[in-house]
Design a protein. Structure first.
Length: 202
C-alpha cells in the first residue's frame, strides 16, 4: 500500500510539473499570434508539437481595468478556442479590477492573478478544471465566486490571504487542494466539501 501511494504521489507530481512546464513554454514556442483589445493570444501545441486548435491568453495590456476574454479568436485565418490563462499573466497588476472568463477556459496558470490587490470581480466558468499555485494569492479585494462542478485542482497557496472569502464549497470533482491554499483567510466562516467518488488529496 505504501509503495502504491508513493507511485501515485510521484505520478501526480510529475503531471503537475509537466503542466507547469507547458504553461511556461507556451508563449515561447508559439510564433503566430493575434491581439484583440489589448489581449494577445498564442496557439497551443499538443505533445507532438502540432497545433491542437486551442490557444492561450499570453499577454495583456497592463493599463486595462476591465477584461472580457473571448471564447474564440482567429489566428492566421483559423479559429482557435481560448482554453488557458498563462502563468503570471496579471501578476502584481494594480489596475485590473474585473475579469470575465468564457466557459472554454480550462486552466488558470501559476500566479496568474497573484497580488492583484484591486481585482474585485472574476467568474469561474463551468469547464474550468485547474487553478494553479498562487493564482489569487494576496488578492485582498476579490469577491471569490463559487467553484464550478468541473474543477479538479486547486494549487498551493491559491487563495492565500484573499481576505474577502467568508464561505466556500469544494466541488465533488476536486482531486487536490494545495498546501496553504486557504491560509490566512481571516473572515472564512464555513468551508464545505461536497461528497464524491474521487479520493481527495489535501
Amino acid at each position: 500500500m505504501i509503495n502504491e501511494f508513493h507511485k501515485l504521489t510521484k505520478s501526480r507530481n510529475m503531471k503537475h510539473f509537466l503542466h507547469l512546464l507547458m504553461l511556461v513554454m507556451l508563449p515561447i514556442t508559439a510564433f503566430a499570434q493575434t491581439t484583440i483589445e489589448g489581449m494577445t493570444f498564442y496557439p497551443n501545441y499538443n505533445d507532438y508539437g502540432e497545433l491542437d486548435g486551442t490557444c492561450n491568453l499570453g499577454h495583456v495590456d497592463s493599463n486595462l481595468t476591465d477584461v472580457k476574454v473571448p471564447s474564440t479568436v482567429v489566428i492566421d485565418g483559423k479559429d482557435y478556442t481560448v482554453t488557458i490563462i498563462i502563468n503570471h499573466l496579471f501578476w502584481h497588476n494594480k489596475n485590473i479590477q474585473t475579469v470575465f472568463l468564457p466557459n472554454t477556459i480550462k486552466t488558470i496558470g501559476y500566479c496568474a492573478f497573484g497580488e492583484c490587490e484591486n481585482l474585485r470581480n472574476i467568474n469561474f466558468p463551468e469547464g474550468l478544471e485547474y487553478i494553479g499555485d498562487g493564482s489569487f494569492r494576496y488578492c485582498t479585494s476579490l469577491n471569490v465566486p463559487a467553484f464550478p462542478s468541473t474543477l479538479k485542482y486547486i494549487g498551493d497557496e491559491a487563495f492565500q490571504e484573499t481576505s474577502n472569502i467568508t464561505d466556500l464549497t469544494i466541488p465533488a470533482a476536486v482531486e487536490y487542494v494545495g498546501n496553504g491554499c486557504f491560509s490566512n483567510l481571516y473572515y472564512l466562516k464555513k468551508l464545505t466539501f461536497e461528497e464524491g467518488d474521487i479520493d481527495l488529496t489535501i
